[in-house]
Write a protein that binds this ligand. Structure first.
Ligand SMILES: NC(=O)c1ccc[n+]([C@@H]2O[C@H](COP(=O)([O-])OP(=O)(O)OC[C@H]3O[C@@H](n4cnc5c(N)ncnc54)[C@H](OP(=O)(O)O)[C@@H]3O)[C@@H](O)[C@H]2O)c1
Length: 290
């Protein structure tokens, strides 16, 4: 398929490469043009503007940092999309922003799909993301070959784009709680002179096998917070989106506040660009461990 791809950050670069490997005809655009060079080498065409990335494309995907960026890009996309082209937002966005963007596209007669992704840049690089599309069934159907190139599994959220956003935010919420729990458990055993690696093995070869505990248990036991997949800054953005979605729905999420505070402390300590697993170090320090 011919596809436009806007936003070449950690995730977007890897996802565009998967699309190219899948045999799709990819036109990329990034606000900061230098990041497009490696995609050009991999076979993508580089657009000089959002409008150019839309020309002749059957779908135009965005993978931008936050709601403000999505809203900015959407206002240009709305003007440039050819009739029938599907705009697909793949970043993690708030339910309110996704509803607003869906309404803006609907006004212009454009079927909008939100398709947030599950997995860090390593998974994106391997084409092994989980992809959660929500939107009109026919538009989702048309994008399936693109999702198949980028992911190993597509989870249909239904006809509402905000349902996809809710699934992504809830998944991140559970993951944030898991990281907080690993950090707390790790701090407790360290108080009793346990080698963190041994506790990591106890967790992952016992009750807590699986990618979340494996990946984050490893990062936390090795204190490898400079190996960045997902930054503290973006994780705090998501914690705020999770709490905003819960507020809108009149739903208390007490644990979300706990780990959001860890992220705020990490930001205050100047660690906003470290991996968000660093919330375990915030916990350790709160108990006098370094
Ligand atoms: N990293 C992960 O593990 C992960 C996993 C799943 C989902 N996500 C979500 O995926 C999205 C991207 O994450 P990432 O890790 O790839 O972030 P990133 O490396 O910080 O990249 C952000 C991208 O957004 C673009 N951008 C920011 N503001 C913009 C604006 N106003 N107008 C146009 N473009 C703008 C940036 O362009 P410039 O290059 O010009 O700054 C860059 O291409 C986020 O919503 C994140 O929450 C991330």
């Amino acid at each position: 398929m011919k596809v436009g791809f806007i936003g070449l950050g950690r995730m977007g670069r890897a996802m565009s490469r998967s699309l190219l490997r899948g045999g799709h005809d990819v036109v990329v655009y990034n606000r900061t043009p230098e990041k497009a060079a490696e995609l050009a080498e991999a076979g993508a065409r580089v657009a000089q503007s959002i409008a150019e990335s839309c020309e002749g494309s059957e779908a135009v995907m965005t993978m931008v940092a936050n709601d403000e960026a999505l809203e900015e890009v959407t206002s240009q996309l709305r003007e440039s999309l050819p009739a029938g082209t599907v705009p697909v937002a793949m970043g993690t966005h708030g339910v309110g922003a996704i509803k607003a963007v869906a309404a803006a596209h609907a006004e212009a007669g454009q079927p909008f799909v939100a398709a947030p992704v599950l997995g860090r840049p390593e998974a994106a690089e391997e084409g092994a993301l989980g992809i959660v599309p929500g939107g009109p069934a026919e538009a989702v159907e048309r994008c399936l070959p693109l999702f198949e190139a980028m992911g190993k599994r597509t989870f249909r959220a239904g006809e509402l784009p905000e349902s996809a956003s809710a699934i992504k935010l809830a998944n991140n919420f559970v993951l944030g709680c898991a990281i907080e729990a690993i950090g707390e458990g790790m701090a407790l055993v360290r108080k009793y002179d346990v080698d963190p690696q041994v506790f990591h093995e106890v967790l992952t070869e016992g009750l807590f096998a699986g990618p979340a505990y494996n990946t984050y248990g490893r990062i936390i036991s090795a204190e490898d917070y400079d190996h960045v997949g997902f930054t503290v800054e973006l994780a705090l953005k998501d914690a705020n989106l999770i709490l905003a979605a819960a507020d809108l729905a009149r739903l208390p999420l007490p644990s979300a506040n706990v780990y959001r505070d860890r992220l705020l402390t990490a930001m205050a300590e100047g660690d906003d660009q470290k991996d968000w697993a660093i919330m375990a170090r915030v916990q350790a320090r709160s108990g006098g461990l370094e």
